[in-house]
Design a protein. Sequence first.
Length: 326
Amino acid sequence: MRTLGRVGRALYDDPSDAELLRSARDGDVAAVGALLERHGAGMRAVALSLLGNLPDAEDAVQDASLIAFRHVGDVRQPESVSAWLRMIVRNVCRSRLRSTPPATPVPDLSLLAAETDPEKVVDRHAMRDWIWQSVNELSPTLRMAVMLRHFSPRTPSYDQMAALCGVPVGTVRSRLAEARRKLVGAMAVTADSVHADSVAAARESARDAVETLAAAEQGRFAELTAQRWTPDAAYYAGRQRVGDRDFLVRGMAGDLEAGVRQRFVSAVTSRDTTIWEMDMINPPDAPHHCPPAVAWLMTMEDGRMNQLRLFHAAGVRGGGTPHAKM
């Protein structure tokens, strides 16, 4: 994979946006950084005009920079890079003013589109290796916050993240601010490092998710969890432990007996954190038995699942697996 290619060798030759964009599509971190630096003043001007104060504007620009890092390869017209970056900033700022999670700004990059083929899901959502390298350099608490906020298809609100992580909203905000600062600064630092294959890791995680659901429907959930989870694996609601592995097996069995099925949507994974997104399919005679979606937030220990938090979209719940509402 290219990280410091033709643009990395000629940054001082004042390459055009088109040249930088071509290098960025090849995975040249220096090119992405150069684009953001070149258009940074315009991005900050937009943020300041909409938010009115420097700290909030800086946070918005950092949010927008992460979105741009993720999707710069999808820009079709090099001459529109500046307008594209400003559009991302405007959308992030407007989302902040509405007190809703920042939306992905380009319609054809929606992270909510349904897809039944796990390979295609991962190909569409997988981050560049160098982004995941930077994510993996964060502390576990910062890594969890940034994965939930920026890399999860169903982006939770600050209140939802606080409930899931068992910390105050202010702590969530401060963790995200610190994580964004570290990520934006670390992108260039990781340019020369050797990266793990994040696409392969995400594909493997997607296969694990599909196999887990299949095992549950085939009555092998207990067997699979015994193999892939640590003996003391536990389910948490916020900071409180509410059950062990057997508790989860019984909950899954209860859902299946009630006719509820889960359908894989997406997987993101880092060094010790994995998030699976699932749709919840209720039976026709009980359409509101479960919320419409669930996120499995897992922490790993030596390659095995050690802690699980289930985070459901808001809805009516009748029984089965314990829920933390989204």
